[in-house]
Design a protein around this ligand. Structure first.
Ligand SMILES: CC(C)(COP(=O)(O)OP(=O)(O)OC[C@H]1O[C@@H](n2cnc3c(N)ncnc32)[C@H](O)[C@@H]1OP(=O)(O)O)[C@@H](O)C(=O)NCCC(=O)NCCS
Length: 151
């Protein structure tokens, strides 16, 4: 069942005040986004971003861009110490609810073929693999797997 973010106290739209905390979480990952990159998402008129923050501790976020009746998930990151507790699942559920309300019917994403934990997560939450871009990523070179979820 999808849960609207407005009914989920731990989830709220990204605010400028979250950026420093999120950049620290991002630093745990090789594909880390900088503070500037996160801040830039807030300026996107076609963007949607949510954070998971409970008891003053921010532990994850995601962002997407909307194009007509489709959207692309650009980022989902949960801090290492808060993984396997359903944070990403909840963030995604709230995003999907918001997208559905805006008339978006399909959510796409790209992921490194070596990112086995993210791939396991995407399958678990209902995405299907719809393509592969050979050698799409650099440093290190890797294929991109394309995933899609019908909302
Ligand atoms: C992928 C990621 C966002 C998952 O966040 P999370 O909050 O731990 O995910 P959830 O707790 O909601 O997991 C839901 C399900 O996904 C699957 N899953 C999540 N992480 C997994 C892992 N490391 N290995 C296998 N399955 C995994 C499991 O089925 C899990 O259910 P379970 O805990 O009951 O077994 C997190 O591992 C992360 O931030 N990774 C680094 C950033 C990244 O690679 N992002 C994606 C590409 S941009």
């Amino acid at each position: 069942m999808q849960i609207p973010w407005s009914e989920t106290p731990a989830i709220r739209p990204l605010a400028y005040a979250d950026i420093a905390d999120l950049a620290e979480i991002e630093k745990e990952e090789p594909s880390a986004w900088s503070q500037d990159a996160i801040a830039a998402e807030l300026l996107q008129t076609d963007g949607l971003q949510f954070v998971f923050s409970k008891s003053g501790i921010t532990s994850g976020w995601l962002c997407c861009r909307i194009s007509g009746c489709e959207a692309e998930l650009l980022k989902v990151t949960v801090s290492k110490k808060c993984r396997h507790r359903g944070v990403a699942t909840l963030l995604l559920s709230c995003l999907e609810q918001e997208l559905t309300e805006r008339g978006v019917g399909k959510l796409f994403l790209e992921v490194r073929s070596s990112n086995v934990s993210a791939i396991a997560f995407y399958f678990q939450v209902g995405f299907t693999e719809v393509g592969r871009r050979i050698n799409y990523y650099r440093q290190p070179t890797d294929d991109a797997l394309l995933f899609k979820k019908k909302l």
